[in-house]
Design a protein around this ligand. Sequence first.
Ligand code: AMP
Ligand code: MG
Length: 293
Amino acid sequence: MSNHDYAKELIVRPGNKVRLKDVDPAYHGKHGSHEHALPEIQAHITNIDALQYLMHAEGKHALLIVLQGLDGAGKDGVIRHVLTGMNPQACTVTGFKQPTAEERAHDFLWRLHPHVPAKGSVAIFNRSHYEDVLVVRVHQLVPERECSKRFDLINDFEKLLAVENNTAILKFFLHISPEEQLERFKQRLDDPSRNWKISESDYKEREYWNDYTKAYEDVLNRTSTKHAPWYIIPSNHKWFRNLAISQIISQTLADLKMKPPTTTVDLTDIRRKYHEAVIRENGKKKKVSGLKL
Ligand code: AMP
Ligand code: MG
């Protein structure tokens, strides 16, 4: 099994300037095929399962996963395939759509805060507060002057979650090519079970591809921080996307060095009081049932 470190390779280092045209959306690293990557993906998902269990038991850390990308980039696919390793008991998924009138009457972070993870839990955002500096900028829904203030506000908000609530934050930008997006829309058209996913607005948004690219570059360049880094995930190959994301999540959880909490009860006493009594009882029953026979 290869131990290629995709976290190191795909992270946007704070202060670095990223140009998306320099990142190949069809990149698949050292792995040649889905078949080749599958055992590794499965191993990461098994690790995620064990580590999330530990996170829940320890109750000291939280994990926030932010998924961003254009329509068809695979946000739903990541939730369905990679996050199968998560126990639903300590995991929430929140999708962010066009804000309601009530949400619009508040600051843009208001609708986010109730959904951030509690200690011991994982929260996944399918779209996020970043829409407020992406779609909002592309369609000029808010004056540019106000939008530009939001980058610092977002960095401060994420810092609050990291510093105040021990939240590890991973932000994944799922990078696909326009050709791959069109191909995926076509598959939705051709597959009756996926027709429901088609929306005309998805096609209309394609016309703004360059504006979205520019807006995403600003996001990646201004909001990748030590406490909340962005990762650019080449996502034309779904299996590579799943491999990279599962590796990064598993590694991040392992780096937290979590430990199961120590017990507050006297184990020797419990064993003596209850289990030895049960063993004795069982022994007696066996004798009795032996007599009956
Ligand atoms: P989908 O994720 O495909 O179901 O679509 C949700 C839609 O809601 C996308 O077109 C987003 O761009 C849009 N959306 C999400 N958040 C916001 C926001 N804060 N302002 C405007 N549109 C948003
Ligand atoms: Mg959509």
